[in-house]
Design a protein around this ligand. Structure first.
Ligand SMILES: NC(=O)c1ccc[n+]([C@@H]2O[C@H](COP(=O)([O-])OP(=O)(O)OC[C@H]3O[C@@H](n4cnc5c(N)ncnc54)[C@H](OP(=O)(O)O)[C@@H]3O)[C@@H](O)[C@H]2O)c1
Length: 350
């Protein structure tokens, strides 16, 4: 553990932390606060002019609408002002969270600490993001008011045991770990405020889909933190029952793998037909992307969209007939059930 030189004002309870890269903090929260006051002054000034003319009234209303819209996002920014966040197990998903929070300037790098056993990984993350690092999960859990757990399910038992009783009453634990139940987390940590979430790999580029739920003991403010933190990964969806988390694991958590497999199979088939790999890849990726965007913008059911491109006796009809003969729907449904059962099993294994 080193001198923790740039813990800054983010955390008055700052524990010593290791190597800290020099960084130009985004200072987003300060910027948000400044904007808030500038806009408030503007609001008062514009409001004062409102009685003069109808024209001015209209522009005032537009101004007020603008200000209110701006304020709602500023309030979100300010929710994370000075909030310290530790990430235990910053691998692919933990890094996606760090990257998302910084990319959207929701926190400054001095508000983040990552805890990893390997020095090489700690150095890599400090150099890439300017965040603080530690090899000590207990120190990391003390440091953050929000502690995010992003280790593999198999590593979780070893990680949780030494952390029993380390979180303060108003701290929040967020798990992104497949299968790990809120009850087990709360029990192992002796801390009831736990959020369980299931993100997915596109979170790495801010295009993730994260489903989450919270223990009854998680306060409204903490729910706001969780929503903002998980929202930095892309889309987030709160559900009111933990049962949905195992289902979400099988759909959005595991889903990218189904899509990548289909992508790979289509690209290979294109190459088999005689297309170059580059051309085949471009055709497949843009076809998938375009189809998803089209489905998102259309109010039609996917079956209607499919029927729309299936002419009687045509090429699509010939292809679909093969997919049905191969049992594509059944295999996909079986795969999703297998992922669901595995998620439930992982939860029971602890
Ligand atoms: N990746 C996804 O698409 C995805 C999607 C949804 C949910 N998740 C969930 O996210 C979690 C992490 O997945 P991932 O893909 O990010 O895995 P990962 O890349 O392996 O990240 C886990 C990290 O934790 C580190 N670690 C191991 N022991 C540790 C310890 N005692 N203290 C602190 N860190 C430790 C690992 O180090 P080493 O590399 O040295 O082992 C690794 O860097 C999993 O539980 C998974 O269920 C992942």
């Amino acid at each position: 553990m080193g001198d923790g030189a740039s813990t800054g004002s983010a955390n008055s309870l700052a524990e010593p932390v290791e190597a800290t890269a020099t960084l130009a903090s985004t200072g987003s929260a300060n910027v948000a606060a400044q904007n808030f006051f500038v806009l408030t002054i503007h609001f008062v000034r514009v409001g004062g002019e409102a009685t003069n003319t109808h024209k001015k009234n209209c522009s005032t209303l537009t101004g007020i609408r603008y200000i209110l819209t701006r304020h709602s996002s500023l309030i979100t920014d300010m929710m994370l002002h000075n909030l310290t966040i530790s990430v235990i197990g910053p691998g692919a998903m933990g890094e996606a969270i760090v990257g998302g929070l910084l990319r959207q300037a929701l926190v400054g790098a001095d508000q983040l600490l990552v805890s990893h056993p390997r020095e090489e990984r700690r150095r890599e993350l400090a150099a890439r993001y300017g965040v603080q690092t530690s090899h000590d999960n207990v120190a990391a859990a003390h440091w953050g008011r929000v502690v995010i757990f992003a280790v593999k399910p198999q590593q979780l038992g070893r990680v949780l045991d030494p952390l029993r009783g380390t979180l303060r009453d108003d701290d929040l634990a967020i798990s992104v770990i497949a299968g790990a139940k809120i009850y087990d987390f709360a029990h192992a940590l002796e801390h009831p405020a736990v959020v369980r979430s299931m993100p997915n790999t596109p979170a790495t580029i801010g295009e993730g889909m994260t489903v989450w739920t919270a223990a009854a003991e998680v306060s409204e403010q903490q729910r706001g933190w969780a929503r903002t933190i998980l929202g930095s990964l892309g889309h987030e969806l709160y559900v009111d029952s933990e049962n949905y988390l195992d289902m979400a694991t099988a759909i959005n958590g595991t889903g990218p793998a189904y899509v990548f497999l289909m992508m790979e199979a289509m690209i290979d088939a294109g190459v088999h037909l005689g297309l170059s790999r580059r051309i085949s890849e471009e055709l497949v990726l843009q076809t998938m992307l375009g189809s998803v965007r089209y489905a998102q913008q259309s109010s039609a059911h996917p079956a209607q969209l499919r029927n729309g491109v299936t002419s009687p006796g045509g090429t699509t009809s010939a292809a679909l007939s093969e997919l049905e003969r191969g049992g594509m729907r059944t295999v996909l449904a079986d795969a999703i059930w297998a992922a669901y059962r595995r998620s439930v099993e992982l939860g029971k294994a602890r």
